[in-house]
Design a protein around this ligand. Structure first.
Ligand SMILES: [Zn+2]
Length: 492
């Protein structure tokens, strides 16, 4: 079977070929969750096999071996052996071998023509030694990851192949759109940060509180639309408690973590797929290797890690018949910290020196905002809430009829007393010159600032600034257009 690649998938394969042809030996392929990484992996392996090359495919955990072999089978690649203890598929003569890092760490690695490192954002010391060893210098190592943003990866990989983004995959219909609610805001005071993310013990304590857990369940009952749901908790205790509370509320909920045995996982996933289970509770780190029809994600695991965040939301972005979107109920403030997953994208690998630049990136004004009425997370600059239609009273934005948006920055809106006095002085100046009443100036003042100019009636006249003049003009144009339109209607 030779599957037809989607446009972005063939672009990835082409770019990889180019990269190797131009002398790169350590290219990293970024394929966003849902971009069809296993299809791309299949295409890479088939391409190598067609040239008579032997491929070593490396996964970061023993538990991923069988799943990887199955996905190769689904891609029509059957000549596969496994390097792992006494695995029944052990057969060193096969041209494709699947192995885990853990196994390779313990033995001499036989010769291959190409090495593919899956989930390459998960870094192991052993990889650095292996990739840096002179014996392997000419052998291509291809990294595959949805989120190759681990600090320092750029020291080991020499090219980043990134041809598409989550946003454009959603636009193209390859991934599901999503909606986010941010119904509660946990108090994380005192939670320490370790190695770039919250200290798990501190976090578990902060999040595994009866009121918070009850709120997670309540919100889901209210907003979850009974959708097939993945619930992400901080640690095992928290995830188990979430499971118990969902169960207590009558929602059939399973539980899974890294210690769940492969056969139990299969049973759980089957029950979830059949609808017998509505939800599965899990820990935040358990995000790879699950490809179910998830339509709601409950995020109760605060994180500072873009990688973890993107991997978690990615669990729900797969499209499915009858699925309009993914619903995200974020109880962790992660969206308010990191923005939407579609805002997260990196064009270069981190070489370990990028950190400051990255941390400086988070700008509050560039973050999505919560609707004060329904807690829906609004995209930037949405004037009213797309979910409930609520429009905050904001004098700071003036929508003109011709579609221009005269925007006052929050800084301008929070003008100081002196600025307000000056503003009223300018408006009075315009009124005087144009023979308008002082009432006109007061009304304009209120339109701009949201308050009456009571305190500033004695403001001295001030020559109006260009901003004030153009704002007045835009209001007049809007007014005339409105009148013109109502006259036209009247004439019909
Ligand atoms: Zn709303």
């Amino acid at each position: 079977m030779s599957r037809v690649l989607r446009p972005h998938q063939s672009r990835i394969v082409e770019r990889l070929r180019e990269s190797l042809a131009t002398g790169h030996r350590r290219p990293m392929v970024q394929a966003p969750t849902g971009a069809g990484k296993t299809v791309v992996a299949g295409a890479i392996v088939r391409g190598a096999l067609a040239k008579g090359k032997r491929v070593l495919f490396v996964v970061p955990a023993l538990s991923l071996i069988d799943q990887t072999v199955r996905s190769f089978w689904a891609e029509g690649i059957r000549d596969v052996g496994v390097i792992q203890g006494a695995h029944p598929m052990t057969d060193a003569s096969k041209p494709v071998q699947v192995a885990s890092i853990q196994t390779l760490q313990r033995r001499a690695i036989p010769r291959f023509d190409i090495v593919v490192i899956d989930e390459a954002h998960r870094w192991f010391e052993m990889l650095g030694l292996w990739m840096g060893s002179p014996d392997w210098a000419t052998v291509p190592f291809v990294g595959l990851s949805a989120t190759p943003w681990t600090r320092g990866l750029g020291k080991f990989y020499d090219d980043l192949i990134s041809v598409t983004t989550t946003a454009s995959l959603i636009e193209g219909g390859y991934l599901s759109p999503f909606r986010v609610y941010v119904p509660s805001h946990p108090d994380l005071t005192g939670v320490r940060t370790v190695a770039g993310d919250y200290h798990e013990g501190d976090l578990g304590e902060a999040m595994n509180k009866p009121a918070l857990v009850a709120d997670v369940v309540q919100t889901w009952l209210q907003r979850g639309e009974n959708r097939p749901t993945f619930i992400f908790g901080v640690d095992r205790a928290h995830a188990k408690n979430l499971q118990a509370q969902f169960e207590a509320a009558g929602v059939p909920t399973g539980y899974i973590d890294a210690y769940t045995k492969a056969d139990e996982r299969e049973v759980l996933f089957r029950r979830f797929t059949s609808g017998e289970l509505t939800a599965i509770a899990s820990v935040g780190c358990l995000t790879t290797g699950v490809d179910l029809d998830v339509r709601c994600i409950v995020l109760a695991r605060p994180t500072k890690s873009e990688m973890l965040f993107v991997q978690i939301i990615g669990r729900g972005l797969r499209t499915a018949p009858g699925k309009d979107d993914l619903l995200v109920l974020d109880h962790s403030d992660t969206h308010l910290r990191l923005g939407f997953v579609t805002d997260i994208h990196h064009d270069v690998l981190d070489d370990g020196r990028e950190r400051q630049k990255r941390e400086a990136k988070a700008k509050p004004e560039a973050m999505p905002k919560e609707c004060p009425s329904c807690s829906f997370l609004k995209p930037l600059k949405a004037p009213k809430c797309p979910a409930c239609g609520f429009k905050p009273e904001r004098q700071s934005e003036v929508q003109c009829d011709d579609g221009d948006l005269v925007e006052m920055t929050p800084k301008r809106a929070r003008a100081s007393t002196i600025e307000k006095e000056s503003l009223f002085g300018q408006l009075k100046h315009v009124a005087r010159r144009r023979n308008y009443s002082e009432g006109w100036a007061a009304h304009k003042f209120r339109e701009l600032t949201g308050v009456w100019p009571d305190r500033y009636h004695n403001a001295p006249l001030v020559e109006p600034t260009a901003f004030v003049l153009s704002w007045i003009k835009s209001r007049q144009i809007a007014y005339i257009k409105t009148r013109g339109r109502s006259h036209a209607h009247a004439a019909e």
